[in-house]
Design a protein around this ligand. Structure first.
Ligand SMILES: Cc1cc2nc3c(=O)[nH]c(=O)nc-3n(C[C@H](O)[C@H](O)[C@H](O)COP(=O)(O)OP(=O)(O)OC[C@H]3O[C@@H](n4cnc5c(N)ncnc54)[C@H](O)[C@@H]3O)c2cc1C
Length: 373
């Protein structure tokens, strides 16, 4: 059997399904294919929650995309009738020497977003449950917060199927030259364009091109049970937060949402990850770095029990920019990924950009292109 589409999107994570969404809105015949299912447990989009924030230092495109993406998430929430966004506010704090807060605020105000600057004295007053250092400052975004990621992607795919996107569950071996792909059921799928939105699998699918550019890195996420009688870790007292370290590492977390506990991850250790085969139980070194950070920053939670863990992977590019580019061997093959631990929120904007590239031939964003070879 053979089927013909305008676009075949391979990968039903957040990048692939928002690409399928806007391509379908543009009137195209779209097929969406995924090896393990939309927002499956191995995928980077498969976690329970993801932060949406505009603070990106002076990386304006990501701030703008975050500002533009939030209404699309809220629209999906409204259409689906399911809560997908918690407006907890997002607090990003950092050593003043990074100027992270100041740079982010300049960009957020320029693009029309809402935020405020908080000095260390204001931080200590507003968030006494967090221990800040004397030389720190922060940007607070009252309208940002947490997206319920897995649920949102799965609801979007259900909607896509209702709206005429065809879905296949199958593992694809790519044809970098843009010729038809055959899936294990025997069906041959041919399309005018192929979008490979395979997240951390991209380096496996295109090893010559991407093995040294995208590196999947293990990420262990913890949920701490708030001890009885301890206050300040539920919204609205506790916002979603990010610590931007000045030595190329960060930590982030969320207040106790839906009773899941206080979520946090510390990204100091950088172990390689294999999205197909890696064991997804937490490990001692990651528990230790999390505990050290909690003792330092949230001392009331120093002995709080771990009530849940998740192990995922970031698909980090060398520059930490996303990857959106044509395959160098074929005009009709697109590579979309490299979320680098910050891609989820921007799924709607990435999907819209991919659609404009395919339907309007808009110029490529230089920072998201493959490095010259
Ligand atoms: C722990 C953690 C926390 C994060 N926190 C945030 C955050 O707070 N805010 C934020 O914005 N971002 C965050 N991110 C990043 C964000 O989740 C990712 O950038 C984003 O989900 C990547 O989506 P994707 O669609 O590129 O990849 P994925 O979600 O991994 O989707 C790729 C899909 O491709 C499919 N696939 C792979 N190979 C094949 C094949 N051969 N054939 C068919 N299908 C295939 C897979 O099954 C998978 O479903 C975080 C990531 C992690 C891991």
């Amino acid at each position: 059997m053979s089927s013909r589409f305008d676009v075949a999107v391979i990968g039903a994570g957040v990048f692939g399904c928002w690409s399928a969404y806007w391509l379908r809105k543009a009137g195209l015949r779209v097929v969406l294919v995924d090896a393990y299912g939309p927002a499956n447990s191995r995928s980077s989009s498969g976690g329970e929650s993801r932060i949406t924030r505009m603070a990106y230092g002076d990386d304006e495109i990501y701030s703008r995309w975050a500002l533009n993406s939030l209404p699309a998430w809220l629209d999906l929430e409204r259409r689906s009738g399911h809560k997908l966004f918690h407006q907890t506010g997002v607090l990003t704090f950092s050593d003043d020497s990074t100027q992270w807060a100041q740079k982010s605020i300049a960009v957020i105000r320029r693009i029309g977003g809402e935020c405020e600057y908080l000095s260390v004295d204001e931080l200590a007053k507003r968030f006494p449950q967090v221990r800040f250092k004397q030389n720190e400052s922060a940007v607070f975004e009252p309208r940002s917060g947490a997206l319920l990621s897995r649920h949102a992607v799965q609801l979007l795919v259900e909607e896509l199927i209702r709206d005429g996107v065809e879905y296949r569950q199958a593992s694809i071996s790519p044809n970098p030259d843009g010729t038809a792909i055959t899936i294990p059921s025997g069906e041959t799928i041919s399309a005018a364009a192929y979008v490979y939105a395979c997240g951390p699998w991209l380096p496996k699918l295109f090893p010559d091109l991407l093995a040294s550019y995208i590196r999947p890195v293990r990420a262990e996420v913890f949920f701490l049970g708030i001890p009885a009688g301890i206050r300040g870790f539920d919204p609205p007292q506790m916002p979603t937060w990010i610590f931007m370290g000045n030595e190329n590492w960060d930590a982030y977390g969320m207040p106790n949402l839906a009773g899941r506990g206080f979520k946090l991850a510390v990204d100091l250790i950088q172990q390689p990850a294999d999205p197909d085969t890696m064991d997804r139980q937490s490990t001692t070194p990651y528990v230790k770095q999390m505990r050290d950070f909690v003792c330092e920053r949230f001392p009331q939670l120093a002995t709080a029990p771990i009530v849940e863990t998740r192990v995922c992977q970031y698909e980090n590019t060398l520059t930490h920019n996303y990857l959106v580019d044509r395959h160098p061997e074929s005009e009709s093959v697109w590579l979309v990924g490299g979320g680098s631990g910050h891609g989820f929120k921007n799924g709607p904007a990435i999907g819209a950009y991919v659609t404009d590239l395919i339907t309007k031939n808009v110029p490529l964003e230089a920072a998201m292109r493959l490095p010259a070879r």
